[in-house]
Design a binder for this molecule. Structure first.
Ligand SMILES: Nc1ncnc2c1ncn2[C@@H]1O[C@H](COP(=O)(O)OP(=O)(O)O)[C@@H](O)[C@H]1O
Ligand SMILES: [Mg+2]
Length: 388
């Protein structure tokens, strides 16, 4: 039962995953592009490589010969995963899931065309001229994103025709890898957006967590809360879509499936085949298992009987404002003193403006108005200051 896991990506989500794995005696090698990354601090071993370099990935996979490869981020030479699967290594949740979600085109066409899920109307473009034509077809306002990017990088909203050229240039600059292509999506006037954490299991039914609401700014989430206020009809619709898309991608593990809720129903947006950053709210003890424990159990084929919402909770991010290679914190005693409040400081060795350095976590009894819990989490996060 002791398995060896190579974790590709060693941020705060990876760190919590490693802690969950250590608690039940698993061995984890944490990998990232810099030493001292959060997950490395708690893992059995670590490797520093450029994960977009296929040869470097091959070398560490051969060296450690793991039972599982667990990607924590998208920026990995995921094409190599198909070979690792052939070698008998379990890629989590599957090589297909990692490859389809690292390129917006693959996952969007799967969702909209193959599975018929409701998404924003969309087109692709490989030049400024094609983008102008695509914008004319989907209509203004619309959102332009590089096919390969995350955390809102290279993403902008076109509000008038004058924005088109700027949006093209911005997307090309913010694009990861060598693909120079963008998706342009009609702007969805959503009432709210949610993450539906969906757990697929090897020999047991797919399970859903209570929906998580979140607010985004500059491409990153600022606060998340669970449960989000969602009608039973919208939940059923979202669960149906999440079941279809996770089944098509295959494998066992947790998926963060993102939806927009509108007056016309639920829109599928995108998904992560791994713990989702908005799911850090589960670290507030909102569920019998947090999202990292769920991921681990699903990977190891340990049956998950049920997921129970035990508390209502919220998370609010603690961001740096300056560049530093020795960031220090004040206000930690103040946040620690708050009732029904907890926090994480990720131990990142350096800071830069808007880098996520920690998270405030607040919980209360199920049924407590969620808006108040979110306000408390924001106020708690604001107590912690990061100094260069
Ligand atoms: N078509 C859209 N209409 C309205 N808002 C959008 C649209 N696409 C993205 N957004 C907003 O931008 C955020 C980030 O977009 P997303 O596609 O999830 O990219 P990322 O991979 O960077 O998370 C979303 O959570 C949402 O708030
Ligand atoms: Mg997203």
């Amino acid at each position: 039962m002791q398995k060896k896991i190579v974790l590709l990506g060693s941020g705060e989500l990876g760190k919590e995953f490693v802690i969950a794995a250590q608690r039940i005696g698993q061995t984890v090698i944490a990998v990232d592009s810099y030493a001292g990354a959060p997950a490395m601090q708690v893992a059995d071993g670590f490797e520093v490589i450029n994960m977009l370099d296929g040869a470097a990935l091959d070398t560490i996979v051969a060296k450690h010969n793991p039972d599982f490869i667990v990607p924590e981020i998208e920026a990995i030479r995921t094409e190599r995963f198909y070979d690792y699967e052939k070698q008998g290594i379990k890629v989590v949740p599957s090589a297909k899931a990692a490859n389809f979600t690292m390129n917006r085109k693959a996952i969007r066409d799967l969702a909209a065309k193959d599975l018929g899920l409701r998404t924003a109307n969309y087109r692709y473009a490989t030049s400024g001229e094609e983008l102008a034509k695509a914008v004319a077809e989907v209509g203004i306002p619309c959102v332009v994103k590089p096919l390969m990017s995350s955390s809102g990088k290279g993403q902008s909203t076109i509000k008038s025709e004058e924005d088109i050229e700027k949006a093209w240039k911005y997307a090309v600059e913010g694009s990861r890898g060598d693909v120079v292509e963008v998706i342009v999506e009609a702007f969805v006037k959503f009432n709210s957006e949610i993450t539906l954490l969906t757990v697929t299991q090897n020999n047991n039914p797919t399970l859903f967590c209570a929906p998580i609401g979140h607010r985004q700014e500059r491409g990153d989430y600022q606060e998340s809360w669970q449960p989000a206020n969602v009608t039973d009809k919208d939940i059923a619709e979202a669960q149906d879509m999440a079941r279809k898309v996770t089944e098509a991608l295959g494998g066992a593990g947790i998926f963060g499936v993102e939806f927009f809720l509108t007056d016309e129903g639920v829109y599928f947006s995108e998904l992560s085949p791994r713990p989702h950053d908005t799911g850090m709210v589960t670290l507030a003890g909102t569920q019998n298992f947090n999202e990292f424990e769920l991921h681990l159990r699903a990977i190891l084929s340990l049956p998950i009987a049920e997921i129970i919402l035990e508390k209502a909770g919220a998370s609010a991010v603690i961001l740096a404002s300056e560049n530093s290679d020795n960031p220090t914190f004040t206000g930690v005693e103040a946040i620690a003193a708050l009732p029904k409040t907890d926090f994480r400081l990720f131990g990142k060795p350096t800071s830069r403006p808007y880098r996520r350095m920690g998270v405030a976590l607040v919980s209360d009894a199920v049924g407590t108005p969620i808006e108040g819990i979110v306000e408390k989490a924001k106020a708690a996060a604001a107590l912690v200051k990061i100094h260069a």
